[in-house]
Design a protein around this ligand. Structure first.
Ligand code: NDP
Ligand code: BG6
Length: 520
């Protein structure tokens, strides 16, 4: 088992571990770590990073000896920071009684430092404070008696806008590295978006390479850590019924769809400069699609999976404006911070073609929209029609067997098929077999681990399986650059305006029909 899965096993007393696995767990948990949340005053830190850290602590998945340190420009005391942290923590339904004492002991391990991202002096002062105060407290007996006297590893989580990445990476490199000579590691988690296009990504990549070796960088795409996405490889490859049918001879089309029922409210500064294609399609949906469509990797190891995903990305044809329908919800231009003439898409749908033996001719639709009628993310695989049409009544001949994977909000897997009703009438209908996670695995929605928990835990134990490689990001930009350039050239493409809360300018099924009819 990987170190992280071993960690999750150890939190389950009903499962026994091999001695070697236990050793990995103990080694990781014995190693003290300081987790620095850079941009700790912001939205991502409050909504995702800090709650995920608490949840890991609650489930005994953090090292015995850890501290969470917020770094940002905002002037906050540690007490004020703890107030913000606690207001964002949630208890899962299981063991709620134990939650409050755990929250209090988590808060005791939270600290805050106010500094500029571009000031080497601030980073050096921060470093001294970590070594002379935080690390000393970590080793003191007020913390778990089991704390090792080794130098602490430092995990920097960059929850800041891309515009301050470079200064921050240089500040950490030259001012705040862990004591490597004492065997401690420094790791950096970087959030998407990774640049705006190939050119800006290359510039960012140069700064990263100047400061850190590749193995110290963990590029997060949190969609890859969502339970249903992390399970896609097993579903596809661990089951003969799917593995055997996973090709153009049996599959007619694939949809990867992201729908949100709220807009870009409050994030205009970021969103208007990026738009939905860079925010969702180029990363989250492309990652999901590459897992769905890759050839079977040689093994479930990180290197093999990443290689298979990369090969798939090279088989995809680069996208152009003609492959897209772009839209914008009607209230977008009147939101605070959005220019009155903004053409930034809040909706985009495209057909992706994969030029390889497995998929040639099969349309893959990627669709993402904000301010739509519902919040839902799913993959829908439609199989070809059966050759035994005489068994299918006329009115059902346009129906297909579909394999539907709902990533959120109700994680589920469904297979639809044609059957006869058991009554005397014996009607032929389409129905489904389903596996609803919250019912089958007796997990309440809030008990399901959040993607960030899995990914942060993996970065602490050094498991890179679910992180995105540099080569994948470079190729992802190559695929989207031509379309983005064409859509954004002067004058830019006018998006189709759609009502807030509607289904958006086009449905995925309609797009597939257009493509099949040669109208795209
Ligand atoms: P915020 O706008 O909340 O920024 C985070 C912090 O960065 C702020 O609290 C602020 O801290 C500092 N900051 C903001 N703007 C600037 C600026 N122009 N110059 C210097 N410092 C600035 O962003 P988010 O937390 O929403 O996002 C952070 C990163 O994570 C982004 O790259 C985003 O794309 C990504 N992300 C966000 C998600 C989310 O759900 N929010 C999800 C996935 C990725 P201070 O002023 O105190 O220094
Ligand atoms: C982020 C995007 O990466 O993902 C947001 O920047 C989007 O625009 C968010 O809302 C969606 O994440 P989730 O996990 O809530 O589906």
């Amino acid at each position: 088992a990987s170190a992280s899965s071993a960690l999750s096993l150890v939190s389950n007393p009903n499962l026994s571990l091999l001695d070697s696995e236990l050793q990995v767990v103990e080694d990781c948990k014995e190693f003290p770590v300081i987790i620095v949340v850079v941009g700790a005053s912001g939205d991502l830190a409050h909504k995702k990073t800090l709650p995920a850290l608490f949840s890991l602590y609650y489930h005994n998945m953090l090292p015995y000896c850890f501290a969470v340190v917020g770094y940002a420009r905002s002037k906050l005391s540690t007490e004020a920071f703890r107030d913000v942290v606690v207001s964002n923590l949630v208890c899962r339904t299981v063991d709620r009684d134990h939650c409050e004492p755990k929250m209090n002991s988590f808060l005791e391990r939270c600290f805050y430092f106010s500094g500029q991202y571009d000031s080497l002096q601030d980073w050096q002062t921060f470093d001294r404070w970590l070594s002379e105060d935080i690390e000393v407290r970590l080793r003191s007996s007020t913390y778990e008696g089991r704390c090792s006297q080794r130098a602490s590893g430092r995990l920097f989580y960059l929850a800041i806008p891309p515009s301050v990445f470079a200064d921050t990476l240089r500040g950490i490199r030259h001012g705040a590295m862990a004591r490597e000579q004492l065997g401690a590691w420094t790791r950096v988690i970087v959030e998407k978006p990774f640049g705006r296009d190939t050119e800006s990504y290359m510039a960012l990549r140069d700064v990263v390479a100047e400061c850190f070796p590749e193995e110290a960088i963990y590029r997060i795409d949190h969609y890859v850590g969502k339970p249903l996405v992390a399970n896609l490889t097993t579903l596809r490859l661990g089951n003969f019924v799917f593995d055997a049918l996973w090709n153009r001879h049996c599959i007619e089309s694939v949809q990867v769809v992201f729908k949100e029922d709220f807009g870009a409210e409050g994030r205009a500064g970021y969103f208007d400069a990026y738009g939905i294609i860079r925010d969702i399609l180029q990363n989250h949906l492309l990652q999901v699609m590459s897992i769905i469509a890759m050839d079977p990797p040689a093994s479930p190891l990180a290197g093999d999976i990443n290689e298979a995903k990369l090969r798939l990305l090279y088989d995809m044809k680069p996208l152009h404006a003609k492959d897209f329908i772009v839209g914008q919800y009607d209230r977008y231009r009147s939101e605070r911070g959005v220019p009155k003439d903004s053409c930034t898409p809040t909706f985009a749908a495209c057909v992706v073609q994969i030029d390889n033996e497995r998929w040639r001719g099969v349309p893959f639709v990627m669709l993402a929209g904000k301010a739509l009628d519902e919040r839902k993310v799913y993959v829908k695989v439609a199989f070809r029609e059966t050759s035994n049409q005489s068994f299918v009544p006329e009115e059902l001949r346009n129906k297909r067997n579909t394999f539907y994977i709902e990533i959120q909000p109700r994680p589920a897997v469904e297979l639809s098929f044609i059957t006869k009703t058991p009554d005397l009438e014996g009607r032929v209908v389409q129905t489904k077999l389903d596996l609803v996670y919250n019912e089958s695995f007796v997990v309440e929605a809030q008990d399901m681990p959040d993607a960030y928990e899995r990914l942060i835990s993996d970065s602490i134990v050094g498991d890179r399986t679910l992180f995105i490689s540099d080569a994948q990001i470079s190729r992802a930009w190559e695929l989207f650059d031509p379309a983005l350039k064409e859509l954004e050239r002067d004058p830019p493409t006018q998006p189709v305006i759609y009502p807030y809360g509607s289904k958006g300018p086009i449905l995925p099924e309609t797009l597939i029909k257009k493509y099949m009819a040669g109208k795209m």
